[in-house]
Design a protein around this ligand. Sequence first.
Ligand SMILES: *Cc1c(COP(=O)(O)O)cnc(C)c1O
Length: 356
Amino acid sequence: MKPWEDKVRRVTPYTPGEQPKIKKIIKLNTNENPYPPSPTATKKLRELDTDMLRRYPDPNVSDLVGAIADFYKLDKSQVFVGVGSDDVLAMIFLTFFSESGKPVFFPDITYTFYDVWANLFKIPFERKVLNDNFEICAEDYYETNGGVIFPNPNAPTGTAVPLSFIEDVLEHNKDVIVVIDEAYVDFGAESALSLIDKYDNLLVVQTFSKSRSTAGLRIGYAMGNQELIAALNAVKHSYNSYTMNYPSIVLGVETINDRAYFEETTAKVIATRENTKKELEALGYTFGDSKTNFIFAAHEEFDAKEIFAFLREKAIIVRHFNAPRISNYLRISIGTDEEMAALVVALKEFEQQKRS
Ligand SMILES: *Cc1c(COP(=O)(O)O)cnc(C)c1O
C-alpha cells in the first residue's frame, strides 16, 4: 500500500454503452438518434465564427437559455442549461438531495447513473422495486424521503406513466424536490412541464441527446420555478462557470429553433418503433409498450446474452445489462427502417440456427 493511498477517493463509475471506432456497424446500443442533426445547425457549424473560440463563452449561456424558454413558452428564469442532462442531474443531486440526510427514492430498474451520483455526493438512497410488469408504483413514493427522481418514460424499460400519476407523487411529496427525467418524452409520453406552475418543487429535465439528434453537443436542461433554477445556477457557478462551449451554444440555438425538423424526425422514429414492435412480436419477443426510441425486449425461449453475442458477430450492437431481474432483456435502440430490417433478418437467422 502506498503512503497516500488513504487520500484517494474511490468510487464506482457509471458504465456508458460502448462507442466502437469501426464505422460499418449498426449501432443500436446507446439510444442515439439515427437521423443527422438539423440541417440549419449543420450549416451554422460551417459558418462558425472561430475567432470567438479565443474568448471565454457566455457563463450564463443566455442565448441558449432564451431559445429553450421560447420553445416551451417559459421565462428565461425557469430554465437551467447544462452539459448534457447528466451534468444537469448531477447539479440537481448536489443542490437538492444532499442536505436532508434522508434517502432519495428512485426505482430499482432505472437509469444507472442515479446511484452513482448518490454515492459520489454521499447521499443516502433507496431503490423502490418495480412491480412484475416493470411498472413504477406511486404508493412506494408516499413515505418520508429526501427527494424523488425517476425517468418518464422510464429507462431501460421504455414505458411511461400518465400525468395523473406524476401529480399523485407530487401531492404526496410537497416538502422535497421531485425530478422527472424526461430524456425520452418527445417519443410519445406526456410531459410534466405543464405542472411546474402548480408545483414549485417540481423539476422537469430534458436533453438534446435523443430526440434532437445532438448527443455530441452535450446539451441538457431543467425547467422549473425560478427559485429552483436560481439555486442550480448558484451551485453551478460555485463549481465551473464556463461549462458550455461556444460552438455548442450556437449550434444548440439553431437546433432548438428548427422545430419542423425535430417534429419530422421524432415522428419517423416513432413510426419505425411501432413497426419494429410488430416484427419483434411475430418473432416471439415480449416487451412493454415503449414510448421511447428503444424497445426493451426478452425472448420467450432464447437467452438474451446469446442473442447479444450473435448480433455482435453480425456487427449489430445492442445493449445488455448484467443486472438482477433484467439480465434476460436486450435494450434495442430504434435506428432507421433499413437498420431495423437488418436487425430483424439477423434475429431470424439466430432463430433458424437455434432450431436446426
Ligand atoms: C440518455 C439519458 C440521460 C442523459 O443524457 P445526456 O446525453 O447527458 O443529456 C439522462 N437520463 C436518461 C434516463 C437517459 O436515458
